[in-house]
Design a protein around this ligand. Structure first.
Ligand SMILES: Cc1cc2nc3c(=O)[nH]c(=O)nc-3n(C[C@H](O)[C@H](O)[C@H](O)COP(=O)(O)OP(=O)(O)OC[C@H]3O[C@@H](n4cnc5c(N)ncnc54)[C@H](O)[C@@H]3O)c2cc1C
Length: 382
C-alpha cells in the first residue's frame, strides 16, 4: 500500500497551505469572534476549485482523490476549524448525495453550482427526536399529483442558512401515512420554496463560524424532479454518504491535533519557568511525544480509509475506526495543549483555547463515537 501523495495531490495541498496561511488564518478568527459563517472565504475557496473537491470535472469539480482531500484538509483545518467544518460538510455530505445518486438533469441543475463553488450544500438528516437513531425520523414526504408534500423538522443542519446556501438535501419517510414497512426518500428543497423556513443560527461551544440551524417544512411541495433516486432507497444513500463524511471528520481531527501540537511546542520552547523553558521538563516533553505519536497513528488510519475508497474497496469499518481514533486523539491533544499553555491557554483570546472549544464536536458529528463503536462491532460480526 503506497500512501505517498501524487504530484496533483501535493500541488493541491500546497495551494491549500498557501490559502490557509495567507487568508484563512488572518481572517477567520474575527468570524469566530462574531460567530458568523465566513462565506467570503468559502467563495474564494470556490474560485480556487476547492468546493468541487470530490466531484469530477464533468460536473464542475476538480475530481480529486479522497487521499488528496485529506491532505488538503490537513492544511485548511490547521488554520481554522469553522471554515474547515463548513467546507468539509459542503464537499462531502452537502454535495455527494447529488453526485452519487442524482440523475444527470439533477447534477446539472444542483450539483454543478455546488461544485463550481457558487453555492453551499447542506445535508438534512438529524431531527429533534432522531439523531443516532436515524430510522426514527418523522419528516414525511407524501405523494401528490406530480410531486411530493413534505412536512417535518430537522435539527442541527449545517450550511443551510448562510447567504451562500442553496437549500438542503433532506431525508423523509415515504411510506403511506396509514403505515407499512418504513421507507425513506431523499429530496432537494431549494431555499425560497414556500413553507420552508429556519430558526436562528445555533451557538455551539466551538465551530462558532459554522452555520447550524433547525429547519422547518410546512406543506412544502416539490415536483418529482426533486426526488433523488428511488423513493425507497434514501436511507441507504444517506448512510453511504456519511461513510465519506467520517473520513472527512477524521481528517479535520488530524488538522486540529497538528495545530495544537505546533502551538504547544512553540509555547513550551518560549515559556520560561524555574529559569528554563518548560520544554526542558520531562513531563511536558512526554505530553508532546504522546500527542505526536497518537497523531501519527490516527493519520495512518485516516489515509488508509481514504485509500480504500479511492481504490474501490469497502471502507465502512475503516472510516469509522479513523473517525473514532482521530477525534479522540484530537480532544485529548487539545486538552493537553491547553495544559501546557497554563492560564494563557484557558483564555479565549489564545488560538489553543479556540481549538480546544472546536475539538469536542468531532466526537459527536456525523455519528457519535458510540455509534462508530456500533458500526465497527457490527463489521466484526457482533
Ligand atoms: C455542530 C453540529 C453540526 C451538525 N450538522 C449536521 C448536519 O449538517 N446534518 C445533520 O443531519 N446532522 C447534523 N448534526 C447532527 C449530528 O449528526 C448529531 O448530533 C449526532 O448524530 C448525534 O445525534 P443526537 O445529537 O441526537 O444525539 P443522540 O442520538 O440523542 O445521542 C445522545 C447520546 O446517546 C448515545 N447513544 C445513542 N444511541 C446509542 C447506542 N445505540 N449505543 C450507545 N450510545 C448511544 C450517543 O452516542 C450520545 O452520547 C450536527 C451536529 C452538530 C453538533
Amino acid at each position: 500500500m503506497d500512501l505517498s501523495l501524487t504530484e496533483a495531490e501535493r500541488d493541491l495541498a500546497e495551494l491549500c497551505r498557501q490559502f490557509a496561511t495567507k487568508e484563512i488564518a488572518r481572517r477567520a478568527p474575527a468570524a469566530w469572534e462574531r460567530a458568523e459563517c465566513p462565506t467570503d472565504l468559502l467563495r474564494e475557496m470556490g474560485q480556487l476549485g476547492l468546493l468541487g473537491m470530490l466531484i469530477p470535472e464533468e460536473w464542475g469539480g476538480i475530481g480529486m482523490s479522497t487521499v488528496g482531500f485529506v491532505a488538503a484538509m490537513e492544511q485548511i483545518g490547521l488554520a481554522d476549524q469553522s471554515v474547515a467544518a463548513a467546507w468539509q460538510a459542503h464537499v462531502t455530505i452537502g454535495s455527494l448525495p447529488l453526485y452519487l445518486f442524482g440523475n444527470d438533469t439533477q447534477r446539472e441543475r444542483w450539483l454543478r453550482p455546488l461544485a463550481e463553488g457558487h453555492v453551499l450544500g447542506a445535508f438534512g438528516l438529524t431531527e429533534p427526536e432522531a439523531g443516532s437513531d436515524a430510522r426514527n425520523i418523522t419528516t414525511r414526504a407524501e405523494r401528490r399529483e406530480g410531486g411530493w408534500l413534505i412536512n417535518g423538522r430537522k435539527a442541527f443542519i449545517s450550511n443551510a442558512g448562510t447567504d451562500m446556501s442553496f437549500g438542503v438535501t433532506l431525508l423523509a419517510r415515504t411510506e403511506p401515512a396509514e403505515g407499512g414497512a418504513p421507507r425513506f426518500g431523499s429530496f432537494v428543497v431549494e431555499k425560497d420554496t414556500p413553507g420552508f423556513s429556519m430558526g436562528p443560527k445555533l451557538r455551539g461551544i466551538g465551530w462558532r463560524g459554522l452555520d447550524t440551524r433547525e429547519l422547518y417544512f410546512d406543506d412544502v411541495w416539490v415536483p418529482d424532479e426533486h426526488l433523488i433516486g428511488d423513493p425507497d432507497l434514501g436511507m441507504g444513500q444517506f448512510l453511504a454518504t456519511l461513510e465519506v463524511g467520517r473520513i472527512s471528520i477524521a481528517a479535520l481531527s488530524l488538522s486540529l491535533t497538528q495545530a495544537v501540537l505546533d502551538l504547544a511546542i512553540e509555547y513550551a520552547q518560549r515559556r520560561q519557568q524555574f529559569g528554563r523553558p518548560i520544554s526542558q521538563f520531562q513531563a511536558v516533553q512526554f505530553k508532546l511525544a504522546d500527542i505526536a505519536t497518537e497523531l501519527e497513528a490516527a493519520r495512518w488510519l485516516t489515509y488508509r480509509a481514504a485509500y480504500l475508497r479511492d481504490t474501490g474497496q469497502p471502507f465502512l469499518k475503516e472510516a469509522s475506526m479513523a473517525k473514532l481514533k482521530a477525534s479522540r486523539v484530537a480532544t485529548a491533544a487539545a486538552s493537553e495543549a491547553v495544559q501546557i499553555h497554563g492560564g494563557v491557554g484557558y483564555m479565549l483570546d489564545s488560538a489553543v483555547a479556540r481549538f480546544y472549544c472546536d475539538a469536542k464536536v468531532l466526537e459527536i458529528g456525523e455519528g457519535t463515537n458510540e455509534i462508530q463503536h456500533v458500526v465497527i462491532a457490527r463489521a466484526l460480526g457482533c
